[in-house]
Design a protein around this ligand. Sequence first.
Ligand code: GLA
Length: 402
Amino acid sequence: MGFLAALDRGPTARAALEAMTGAPAQVLARAPGRVNLIGEHTDYNGGAVLPVALPHATWAAASERRDGRVRVRSLQSDTDRAVELPSVAACGPGLSPTWAGYAVGVLWTLARAGVPVPGLDLVVDSTVPLGAGLSSSAALECAVGAAVLGVLGRPVAGADADLLVTAAVAAEQEVVGAPTGGMDQAVAVHGRAGHAVHLDFATGAAAARRLVPLPLHERGLALLVTDTGVAHALADGGPDAEPVGYAARRADCEEAARLLGVPTLREAAPDAVAALPEGRPRRRARHVVSETARVAAFVTALERDDRRELGRLLADSHASLRDDMEVSCPELDLAVAAATGAGALGARMTGGGFGGSTVALVEERSLGQVAAAVDEAFEREGLAAPRHLVVEASDGASWSPV
Ligand code: GLA
């Protein structure tokens, strides 16, 4: 058993770009994946979330082209992948395969927002596991978007940082067709080393942001992320598709809000939720209302270093996602049970669900023991070995000249 290293892929991305173009790269950008501590399936319901930017990230090396064309190559995957498009205007909705939309959709949404996006050569490489519920897609969108800002000499800060978040969310929703909620791109841009990012979506997509100190190492604690290796697909809700999975959960929540007569489930009163007839809308609403309260309680428990409470909140969140939101799966339940059984303070599934990863809060000295217990549980069930990541909160998107 080992932990997935957060290597610096900047040099490989840069070298591959220079080999591809025969000229020096102009900029090197980076954007992280994320793990959400608590606040799941709340962002698109006007609720709060508490994600952390991973040390695992996507790098994009870029240089401007004079002919307006767009070429992107990805070094991450067994089969090297590339897309080439005649112009930035051709990077909009309808791109296939899905990967192309993630890789270049943000060029189109940035251009639509008035950014003078030039033709580009790009090479990306990443240490964020794909399809693991750790937002490899947001990392890709934000790394490419940050590279565009880099080529234009505009720092990822202030209004341009917000613009990048908005453009990345729009790329995912409109170009790829995945109706995601906005948390992933916000933390990929606004993450900060040593902090979790509290995002409150009460005011809509432009979430109110607050950094919450996360002194894990100082307290002898660590975050263990386990990728179960069970893949989920968030891009399941394309404009014409019958909603299943993530999109179906969103639709359920909207239905519940309609039944309760509130604009979003954030405004739903617990009593009104309890008074709904038993059924899907009631279960979904109960999850969102209880999860929103857990985010606030988690922030308080972090301030007080109340470990029992942190563990309890993680466990309750998992139970609610499993029973009320119905987005867990046997592999996630197994990883949570094994981690908790081996001494984790608490654990839960993280991200959209239907596979992907779990996050466990553990004492640093029992990291190896907890990870080994999860491996053993998977082996007993005949499942492929999961992958583990030890997470320290990292910085959000940035670029530097090369
Ligand atoms: C995915 C989406 C996010 C969020 C989570 C669930 O990661 O991209 O917007 O809804 O699922 O919390």
